[in-house]
Write a protein that binds this ligand. Structure first.
Ligand SMILES: [Zn+2]
Ligand SMILES: [Zn+2]
Length: 206
């Protein structure tokens, strides 16, 4: 399957699509949010640390990781499981912080899309439905890439709530499964130090 979305888009957007694995409206939202972050806050680099706090774990976050350079592994991507299309970017150097909040119903309603989605959910979608849905998703994704920013987002400065830097932490062995576990993630039960999965198993026995 070709991942190049359309002639005329930048190589950078093609690269984001390859990273994510497909082109979709959610990724487009992330690309637009990342562009705002790059303009207002700048990209993460060794000497200019940027932290992103994302309130969703959907497609958009991949664009933010790829374009802004905030990743789980570096500890400068934090996920709040709020299920919101909202992204906060913090520049550590001066604390400049913005929250990019997706506007509800930025694209209005599309009754055809909703009807197909309902059929997909009910398991009654035809092959034609699925093809049409792909086409509608692609159009929506392209429309998001081109929409005026103010139709998509509300961007507000926020008080910097700068999270502590990730630190190296000691690991210990879980006394039940023997697996090496970050000490701060262990639980103590009856004098034993156990990992969370082992703790949860113990817990379910009572
Ligand atoms: Zn996606
Ligand atoms: Zn364990």
């Amino acid at each position: 399957m070709a991942t190049t979305i359309e002639a005329g888009y930048s190589q950078e957007i093609d690269a984001v699509v390859r990273f994510h694995g497909h082109f979709c409206p959610g990724l487009s939202i992330g690309i637009r949010a990342a562009q705002i972050a790059l303009r207002e806050i700048g990209a993460h680099s060794m000497d200019e640390e940027v932290v992103a706090i994302v309130e969703t774990d959907m497609c958009a976050v991949d664009a933010i990781q790829f374009m802004v350079g905030c990743t789980f592994g570096k500890g400068n991507l934090l996920h709040l499981d709020y299920g919101k299309n909202a992204y906060t970017f913090i520049r550590r150097a001066d604390g400049k912080s913005i929250r990019v909040m997706g506007k509800p119903r930025a694209f209005g309603e599309n009754p055809e899309r909703e009807a197909i989605l309902t059929r997909i959910g009910a398991g009654t979608a035809t092959l034609g439905d699925r093809q049409r849905f792909q086409e509608l998703q692609r159009k929506r994704g392209l429309a998001i890439l081109e929409a005026p920013e103010e139709e998509l987002f509300v961007v507000k400065p926020v008080e910097p709530a700068i999270p502590a830097r990730a630190r190296l932490r000691a690991s210990v062995e879980c006394e039940l499964c023997g697996e090496s576990t970050m000490e701060t993630r262990t639980r103590r039960v009856g004098g034993q130090i156990v990992c969370i999965p082992c703790f949860n198993q113990l817990d379910s026995r009572f």
